[in-house]
Design a binder for this molecule. Sequence first.
Ligand code: ADP
Length: 365
Amino acid sequence: MPNHDQDPLIKFHKVNKTYDGKTFVVCDLCLDIYKGEFLALLGPSGSGKSTTLGMLAGFEHPSSGSITLAGKSLQDIPTHKRKFGMVFQNYSLFPHMTVMENIIFPLRMQGISRKDACRLGQSALEMVDLGDPGMGTRKPDQLSGGQQQRIALARALVFEPLVILFDEPLGALDKRLREQMQLELRQIHRRLGVTMVFVTHDQSEALTMADRVAVFNEGKIQQIASPMQLYDAPDTAFVASFVGENNKLGAKVIHSQGNNCNVELHDGSRGEGLSPHHLSPEVSVVLVIRPERVVVSPGEGYRNRYRGRVNEVIELGDQTRLRLDVAGNEEFLVKIPRTHGAPEYRVGQDLFVGWRSQDCRVLRA
Ligand code: ADP
């Protein structure tokens, strides 16, 4: 795991980027990246992830602000001198070259002898589990999509870069292969400990692989945290809806003390939850509750306890999903593990649901 007590390896300080001089696609970005970490930049299309990665790579230049690597400005350092490995979605392998020629291409460009380059190339192939004899002499079109992507990774690893940058590298693969590659990349990262910065719009991909995830929206980082923190304690309504499933209920603040916040829901009922920020009375908020944290038929002791009506029952083998009408939200979702002797539910049934205050986030609407 990266050591956050050390100085960051890479530092974005108040970085802005505009392409047209009017719209800022990256706004006032401050981001620390630590040596050895796997950082995912996650967000919807157009949120500024690739532009951020591009500025780190040197393809783009900040309109203002600074980016430093080990304390030194990257401002005047061109892409090829930054010595970052890069892996993109379209592999960018040269079709007329063999696998080995592709991998050693960056080394040959640096003037390393063919013999030395091939030795390093073979060890890079082994790092991505493609060290079998004969692999190096194949052409890219004789490989599967997953193998081509691993060759692209081997080419990025071959010169032992300080950092590897990935821009949606698994986007072209089918679901099963993509999931397999996610686990493999994670293992390669664990084994080699090289710093990785990975752009994706797929939240499950980011959560599966990364040590930390920076969630982007409209050119700003909404939250940067470990996958579990993002899931359990989203800081904003955007993060809560972008990462995993969540129920939302509109409310306003009655009173808050420390993180504890008492609210009134739109239907007049009362509730309680935790807020990451101090919220003043009357502020409009949204309560956010994960479907698996909702308890059906909670005890009287629950501070959050509401009447619900079942709108839909979906049996999924391992779980039952109920769609309920709760406090004016007709899409309120509850996930219940299907265990032996679990009760059956039917459409139209009235029941009570509840959740613990610590399972309910109170976020600015
Ligand atoms: P993401 O990677 O999150 O999808 P991008 O960084 O690619 O987002 O894009 C952010 C915004 O910048 C988008 O509105 C996009 O259209 C715009 N943009 C990206 N590259 C360019 C460019 N070279 N010229 C002009 N606008 C661009």
